[in-house]
Ligand binder design. Structure first.
Ligand code: 13P
Length: 341
């Protein structure tokens, strides 16, 4: 493990004013996104869409890294430059989703465990030769009646730690993503409790597996109420609850915390990140940034709608969200900036 390289990559991913674009939708997920805009999902349309995002002029000022899917890291720009090399040349870290998805956890209805550890060492070795500098593994925790169970939290934490150790062995920075889902009618307090239990288990497992904390990025959910909860807190409350919890659970050696958007609207995700970075009375030893999928792509997808004539409109929408979230990482986002007024 080369600690210096790992720490430098992690610091670059969490650089001020920048965050991560999660464009690593699996075949099934990207089809769902394309279905919603009436576009067909083929190898060629997926290349065209990802190409649109990646070649957007100026995006490198706000985007520190891009997470891709296996198919995408083997695709190229129009002039034949492989996407990983193209992004690296623009100063953007190329990353790869390496988990094989959340699968039903045996004996635990409604719960899942993320798979993909078998053969991971060999896959990471190949990804390193393709120039990928960081990776992602997403664990999914569902809140419901009597769940999550200790078995679900424990097995997901263990898998995240084994993945993270393997990444670091290959010189690749692991993005450690334990996602407590937004789905459900649970309160914000319940989300805080479960997120706290999950983070405690994850950091215990990372320590047991000797993961080098300056060489990781944590990708958590924010503390929010379930999507169907009648009592929805505002950004200031989300920010305070989230920061209090992270202060208690996340060691200061972790260089960056890059949130997932998890189904929040584009504007909510930006406002919540802004509110966290604006809080001055809670210590923040790590950088707080974004690793958004939907919250960076929703308007871009809609503007593009699978139509090649709309590529500039799609890029403008993507660049706008990247700029707004970049501003939110330094606490300088505002409604005036959003609307350009
Ligand atoms: P969302 O921001 O759409 O939740 O996606 C982030 C991600 O990478 C989930 O694994």
């Amino acid at each position: 493990m080369n600690q210096e390289i790992l720490a430098a990559t992690a610091r670059a991913l969490a650089a001020t004013g920048k965050g991560i674009l999660a464009a690593d939708e699996s075949g099934g997920t990207i089809k769902k996104r394309f279905d919603a805009i009436g576009a067909e999902s083929t190898e060629q349309t997926r290349q065209a869409y990802r190409n649109m995002l990646f070649v957007t002029e100026g995006m490198e000022q706000h985007i520190s890294g891009v997470i891709m899917f296996d198919e995408t890291v083997r695709q190229s720009t129009a002039d034949g430059t492989p996407f990983p090399a193209y992004l690296a040349a623009r100063g953007v870290q190329p990353g790869i989703k390496v988990d094989r998805g959340a699968k039903p956890l045996a004996g635990h209805p409604g719960e899942s465990v993320t798979e993909g550890l078998d053969g991971l060492r060999e896959r990471l070795a190949e990804y390193a030769t393709l120039g990928l500098t960081f990776a992602k593994w997403r664990a999914v925790i569902t809140i419901g009646d009597g769940i999550p169970s200790a078995a679900c939290i424990g097995s997901n934490a263990e898998a995240l730690a084994r993945y993270a150790a393997l990444c670091q062995e290959a010189g690749i920075v692991p993005v450690v993503e334990p996602e407590v889902l937004l789905d459900g009618s649970h309160t914000m307090e319940r989300c805080r409790e479960v997120t706290g239990q999950t983070l405690a288990a994850v950091f215990a497992a990372l320590a047991a597996h000797r993961v080098y904390l300056p060489g990781i990025i944590l990708k958590p959910n924010m503390v929010v109420a379930g999507a169907d909860c009648p009592d929805q807190p505002g950004s200031a409350e989300v920010a305070r609850q989230t920061l209090e919890l992270l202060s208690a659970q996340v060691p200061a050696e972790v260089p960056g915390i890059a949130f997932l958007s998890g189904g929040q609207t584009e504007l909510q995700a930006t406002a919540n990140l802004q509110a966290m970075n604006a809080i001055a009375d809670i210590g923040k030893p790590w950088r707080l940034t974004f690793s958004y999928g939907r919250a960076l792509q929703q308007s871009a997808l809609q503007s593009w709608s699978g139509n090649s004539e709309q590529l500039p409109a799609g890029q403008a929408a993507f660049l706008h969200r990247a700029r707004m979230n970049g501003a939110a990482t330094s606490g300088s986002y505002s409604e005036a900036l959003e609307t350009g007024s």
